[in-house]
Design a protein around this ligand. Structure first.
Ligand SMILES: *Cc1c(COP(=O)(O)O)cnc(C)c1O
Length: 457
């Protein structure tokens, strides 16, 4: 198909929404390392995990062999309300950059939660309902995951208890109100409702909380209340599986127009959008059918891939959750307080960590102010106000397009635009006022946290 026939927006038909999720693990020679019980250091068994997570999600979590999981009709029906999401050709950005590169982005911000997180939230809520549960608990930091989950729970009639890091609860009242609109209860964490919360408050009165602490509270509430389980919005294998809907749609849209991607770029916090976007492309790469450059983009202030260590670590700061083998900065690592761009998790998906260790993908880190500059350039040319997290991918895509300008190569770049930034205007304001800085941790700071990693042989 000749170039000028490619529209700004490539939409698939409703019946082209994938009917099955794709599990990259099935094609990996080196499987991701198993989760370990933090007490015994033995691989977690399904029985142990099913006290915390829904049964069918545990099965998905542990399955390294099944390549395709059928997407239940109920989930596909919900997907139809906001999917297929468009694959956009960034004609205006290309023109502005003066690059011969062709830039495409898959836009996941076209739903009320404003991000890709709804793709997994709706799946997790469905399996909880199917198991006959009353409700689910979770934590949220910036609020996107809590919002997506409350939408999903409202749809299936499940109770949803969200523990929101206190500082975000106070600073992002609108996120909180969106969740309450969908019927979720939102509790600032640490709270007096849980034993762990009371313990933390006694030790650190006046603390503004952390993600690790909110996780510990949500897990406690799930395991001590009949009919409740805990759900998580990133990092886990099951979440990457659900997010493969992003990559499968992207590939179908590219194939429809005979477009071959040269590189695929995505931002990486816990790795769920990136793992989902690259899934079918990585599958081809793993099976030796095709080759792509695959690039993870992370903040220079929280550089798990580029400066972390590949080792077993705790998934939470409270050290109650299982150990995962991943690129990590240490579970004590907390990004600098001036870091506004999200993607602040200390670790990374075990699947992506293994693929990175085996040389199947690259990683770059980018500075916060450069990210917001890219976000602004993107907003002005393409019209969409991007989430700061997504803007890491924009920055890397622009850098690659500018390299093409130097070499004259007409590369095809595909990146994931994970969401919109309407709730991040305080960060944008700081950028506009020149009050945003780039804090990059020193080698000593990183080494200090790495020295505290749990000892696992
Ligand atoms: C949560 C989030 C991310 C990062 O999470 P991943 O699991 O790494 O994908 C990126 N972009 C947006 C908009 C998010 O809400």
């Amino acid at each position: 198909m000749s170039e000028n026939k490619i529209p700004y927006k490539i939409y698939l038909e409703e019946n082209e929404i994938p009917k099955a999720w794709y599990n990259m693990r099935a094609d990996m020679k080196n499987k991701p390392a198993p989760l370990l019980n933090p007490g015994t250091l033995e691989p977690m068994k399904a029985e142990e995990l099913s006290g915390v997570f829904c049964e069918e999600l545990v099965a998905q979590e542990l399955d390294n062999d099944t390549a395709y999981f059928e997407i239940p009709k109920e989930i596909r029906d919900y997907y139809k309300m906001y999917r297929p999401s468009p694959l956009m050709r960034a004609y205006r950005l290309e023109e502005k950059l003066g690059t011969p590169a062709k830039i495409y982005y898959k836009f996941e911000g076209n739903n009320t939660s404003g991000s890709h997180k709804l793709n997994s939230a709706i799946a997790q809520a469905y399996y909880a309902k199917k198991q006959g549960l009353k409700g689910v608990t979770t934590e949220t930091g910036a609020g996107q995951w809590g919002t997506a989950l409350s939408m999903a729970c409202a749809y299936f009639g499940l109770d949803c208890k969200v523990y929101m890091v206190k500082v975000s609860y106070e600073q992002k009242p609108f996120r909180r109100e969106v969740m309450r609109t969908y019927g979720a209860s939102v509790t600032p964490s640490p709270s007096m409702e849980t034993a762990i919360g009371r313990k933390i408050l006694e030790k650190h009165p006046g603390t503004t909380g952390s993600l690790g602490c909110a996780i510990s509270e949500a897990v406690e509430v799930a395991t001590t209340n009949e009919g409740y389980r805990y759900v998580l919005g990133s990092v886990l294998n099951q979440v990457l599986l659900h997010q493969s809907v992003i990559g499968l749609e992207t590939k179908a849209a590219l194939d429809k127009y005979g477009i071959k991607a040269d590189m695929i770029i995505g931002c990486a916090g816990g790795g769920s959008n990136l793992g989902g976007l690259i899934a079918p492309f990585m599958g081809e790469k793993l099976r030796g059918e095709k080759d792509y450059r695959i690039i993870a983009v992370e903040p220079a202030s929280c550089p798990s891939f580029t400066r972390g260590t590949f080792a077993y670590d705790f998934c939470d700061t409270g050290m109650v959750c299982p150990l995962a083998k991943m690129y990590t900065l240490g579970s004590d690592f907390i990004p600098a307080p001036n870091h506004a761009g999200g993607l602040r998790y200390h670790g990374m998906s075990s699947i992506l960590s293994q693929l990175y260790a085996d040389g199947y993908m690259e990683a770059v880190s980018v500075k916060q102010t450069d990210v917001f500059e890219a976000a602004e350039q993107f907003a002005r040319t393409e019209g969409i106000l991007p989430a700061p997290e997504s803007s890491h991918a924009i920055k890397a895509a622009i850098d690659e397009a500018l390299k093409c300008k130097e070499t004259g190569e007409e590369k095809t770049i595909v990146f994931g635009l994970t969401g919109t930034g309407y709730f991040d205007m305080v960060a944008y304001e700081k950028f506009h006022e020149g009050e945003m800085s780039d804090y990059i941790p020193t080698d000593e700071e990183i080494a200090k946290n790495i020295a505290n990693l749990p000892k696992v042989e």
